[in-house]
Design a protein around this ligand. Structure first.
Ligand code: PLP
Length: 364
């Protein structure tokens, strides 16, 4: 068992290890689901909390050539590490952002007639962009009918449209009827734009079969180890490991309550361990009294309310628990999906909340 005796380690609480080799392997695995179809990478929100710079470089080295971010600022940051990649900005053309998009060779994902016309007037066909058509989210994008109304229209060429896009509502629930409706609507839309490549599949969409694949896969979550097939075995390699050292171990008697507001009371004699990690690090406070951590491979419940900088564990069944021993909060049998469930949220939010307070290690 590795203990935290290195003074540099002791200066911090949680340690986040991001396996870049696993991200590259997940990208290859997703691509292998659709032979011959290129696989892009969605790296919005600081690459789902894993760190845009190292993640984007690793994916480029693995062969990924197309990237998606949400904001213009994320696109500018991505451009700095990806001088030659195609980078699309999902949130589109915010007012006043066209010049910056062009300067950094970013491709806005145009989601309204206003955006389409603005970019066409600005780009004169010389700067590519994507056209986003809404097939069910009712969030961003033209309706299918609005999109078809532009079929063969000069504005499509002037706006440099080189990708048609839509986004799936419930791809992680393959039995939902909305999937078939969206696939059919997207196929109908494509007919109006012969020769323009199209992209529909997010992580779970990749697993919906060939009808969802089109010309470019667009996964995010699964690259980072999230399960794109909930309820079935996770086909992805785990990417993120979060550990924090035990600061103290104590034994308490029945009736002793712990933490703020004494929310948990010992039903008998218990051994408790206090970890150097809390909600200020990015670990969800909503996992209070519900989440778990592994100590020497033993699953230990989180007790009471999670504090800003500390978490209390029941280590009665974990004989290896001792001062300086690391507990695992994400990793091994505790994947991001399980942590999300314990916190009443989804693994996506667990990843994108990964804090800047953790010492970060990149491996692979
Ligand atoms: C976030 C996002 C994706 C990636 O979705 P995952 O479920 O993380 O794979 C793809 N397309 C759009 C438009 C998105 O917003």
């Amino acid at each position: 068992m590795r203990a935290h005796h290195d003074p540099k380690e002791a200066a911090h609480g949680g340690r986040l290890t991001v396996d870049l080799g696993a991200i590259a392997e997940n990208w290859r695995r997703l691509g292998a689901r659709a032979p011959g179809i290129p696989c892009a990478a969605v790296v919005k929100a600081d690459a789902y909390g894993c760190g845009l710079g190292p993640v984007a470089s690793a994916l480029w080295t693995a062969g990924c050539r197309t990237f998606f971010v949400a904001h213009l600022g994320e696109g500018i940051a991505a451009r700095a590490v990806l001088p030659e990649a195609a980078i699309y900005v999902l949130n589109g053309l915010c007012p006043g952002s066209a010049a910056a998009c062009r300067e950094h060779a970013l491709r806005p994902v145009l989601g309204s007639e206003e955006e389409l016309r603005e970019w066409a007037g600005f780009a004169h066909g010389a700067h590519p962009a994507a056209l986003h058509v809404d097939t069910g989210m009712n969030r961003l994008g033209l309706s299918v009918e609005e999109g078809l109304a532009f079929a063969g229209h000069a504005v499509i060429r002037e706006a440099g449209i080189d990708l048609l896009m839509s986004h799936l509502v419930s791809a992680e629930r393959p039995d939902e009827a909305v999937n078939a409706r969206q696939l059919a609507d997207f196929a109908r839309l494509r007919e109006g734009f012969p020769g323009v490549p199209a992209s529909l599949a997010n992580s779970s969409g990749v697993f919906l079969g060939a009808g969802a694949h089109h010309d470019l896969l667009r996964p995010g979550y699964a690259l980072f180890g999230g399960n794109p097939t909930p309820g079935r075995e996770n086909p992805m390699r785990s990417v993120v490991r979060l550990e924090a050292p035990i600061l103290q171990v104590r034994t308490v008697e029945a009736g002793t309550s712990v933490g703020y507001n004494g929310l948990w009371t010992a039903p008998g004699r218990r051994r408790l361990a206090t970890l150097s990690l809390g909600y200020a690090d990015g670990y969800p406070r909503s996992a209070s009294n519900r989440g778990r951590a592994l100590v020497g491979g033993v699953s230990c419940p989180i007790l009471g309310l999670i504090s800003m900088d500390l978490v209390i564990l029941d280590v009665t069944d974990a004989p290896e628990a001792a001062r300086g021993v690391p507990a695992t909060l994400i990793g091994d049998d505790l994947g991001v999906d399980a942590v999300g469930r314990a916190a009443g949220t989804i693994g996506y939010e667990v990843l994108t909340s990964l804090g800047s307070r953790y010492v970060r290690d990149y491996i692979g």
